[in-house]
Design a protein around this ligand. Structure first.
Ligand code: FAD
Length: 431
């Protein structure tokens, strides 16, 4: 088979069909975006009896939620020492506990809704690209055990072959709590669950403008879409890396960054076992990192920020070759393996590389997952939905400062990305 510019996961998933039908005039909650965040929120709200419309410009799961590596990861993008320096011990402890709860949240939804998406608690492995990175693992594991009562296992270089069939790393660190899943099947299942609970999902419905507007004297929001206007008492925004000028205040706080993935042909069982004997979700210690795993049908899925800019035909094609070279550096055993699929997607980074959730200009939102969003997006969708229903759920990411660009020099068009890309490459070289 020759190389297809297509998302491999989509070939394995069956998405619910939504009939094109008119928008309702009025709903209690309009959810913008049908990814993990929006669908998880819609499911929770609808289960609590709210009349919910999910408005999606493209199709269910079209954004990052069907395109990702399917790594259901503990922790956050930033390391714990950095988090403690930003937020202090107590809040960092709550954030870390929440990051562990995100995995339970995904597992519970998958179990309750019987979503067939190859979810397994296979653990993740972080591998060190430099001796200094490996030395830091022991320090991190010690802080995480002491402060957060969570055990990580540091793996010395001479024991690493039990975890990975590559000899280029200086050691590793394993977290057994993380999991793997097929993200396209998961997001399709989440959409079915939201619809079964009573939420209505409208595909090919792009939100163009959201403004304050009363309906029968009741304050709320008037939402202009490509298919007409509807009124909602509340709005929840779950648009992540695809956030647009429809919600400008949020768009200015997010940097969209491209990430790209290739998958090989199906590998012989013995070779797959040699590459990843414990079937871990693996990523390396660089800023400009690679992440990789076996798919349930034994392909090597290998991803990275190969082009930095969000996906276009050009960046996708260029990424296939860059990622293939990266994969062979890690696994020379794959020199002759055919690459069958390549695709890209867009991540959302806040300027402080943290998840953020709560209210902005009166609208509810959850964003900023920085490539760590399968579990966190599901969790934030649920937690913000609980907040909207009048509960006071534990959610340490609500209310933390949400910085914009330095000096406000950003209108949502990331002109500085080539410089940021070079800066990260430079950091990887010197640190
Ligand atoms: C290539 C890649 C690999 C990744 N790998 C991992 C991984 O292994 N593990 C991990 O934890 N995270 C990973 N991530 C991140 C993770 O996929 C995301 O954080 C998560 O999917 C975000 O979900 P979401 O629902 O918030 O956003 P999305 O899934 O991006 O959904 C947003 C939706 O909003 C819609 N939308 C936007 N604007 C409008 C509008 N105006 N009107 C209507 N609809 C609109 C979009 O069409 C889109 O469907 C990866 C991301 C990418 C791109």
């Amino acid at each position: 088979m020759s190389l297809l510019e297509h998302n491999y996961w989509l070939t394995t998933a069956d998405f619910p069909k939504t009939e094109p039908r008119p928008l309702p005039n009025r709903v209690e909650v309009a959810v913008i975006g049908a990814g993990f965040t929006g669908l998880s929120a819609a499911r929770t709200l609808a289960k609590r009896g709210a009349k919910v419309a999910v408005l999606e410009s493209e199709t269910i799961g079209w954004g990052a939620s069907s395109r990702n590596g399917g790594m259901v990861l503990t922790g956050m993008k930033l390391g714990v020492n950095k988090l403690v320096s930003m937020y202090g011990r107590e809040l960092t402890q709550r954030m870390y506990a929440a990051s562990l709860a995100t995995i339970d949240c995904v597992e519970q939804i998958i179990r309750e809704e019987a979503i067939d998406c190859d979810f397994t608690r296979c653990g993740h492995l972080e591998v060190a690209c430099k001796q200094g990175h490996f030395d830091d693992y022991a320090r991190q594991a010690e802080v995480i055990a002491r402060e957060f009562h969570h055990q990580l296992r540091v793996v010395q270089k001479n024991e690493l072959s039990a975890e990975i069939g590559s000899s280029i790393y200086y050691g590793g660190m394993v977290d057994e709590v993380s999991a793997g899943a097929n993200p396209a099947r998961y997001v399709a299942g989440l959409a079915r669950a939201a619809a079964n609970a009573g939420a209505e999902i409208f595909e090919h419905t792009q939100v163009q403008r959201v403004g304050r507007g009363a309906h029968g004297g009741e304050p709320g929001w008037s939402i202009t879409t490509s298919r007409g206007t509807l009124w909602a008492r509340e709005v929840f925004v779950g648009t992540s890396g695809y956030t647009s000028a429809a919600t400008p205040a949020l768009q200015k706080k997010l940097i969209p960054i491209g990430s790209f993935i290739i998958t090989t042909e199906v590998l012989p069982e013995a070779l797959a076992h040699e590459l990843s004997p414990r079937n871990r979700m693996i990523y390396d210690s660089k800023n400009y990192l690679y992440y990789y795993r076996l798919t349930p049908d034994r392909r090597m899925l290998f991803g990275g920020r190969a082009a930095f800019f969000p996906e276009t035909d050009q960046t996708i094609r260029r990424s296939a070759e860059i990622l293939r070279r990266g994969m062979i550096d890690v696994y020379p055993q794959l020199r002759d393996a055919k690459i069958e699929y390549v695709w890209g997607g867009t991540l959302d980074f806040a300027f402080d590389i943290m998840p953020h959730a709560g209210q902005i200009g009166g609208m509810y939102y959850a964003v900023g997952y920085a490539g760590h969003g399968v579990a966190m997006a599901t969790y934030q969708g649920q937690k913000i939905a609980e907040l909207m229903s009048g509960d006071k759920p534990e959610n340490p990411f609500v209310g933390i400062p949400f910085p914009g660009a330095p000096l406000g020099l950003y209108n949502g068009k990331p002109w500085f990305l080539p410089f940021a890309g070079m800066w990260y490459k430079f950091l990887d070289w010197v640190s």
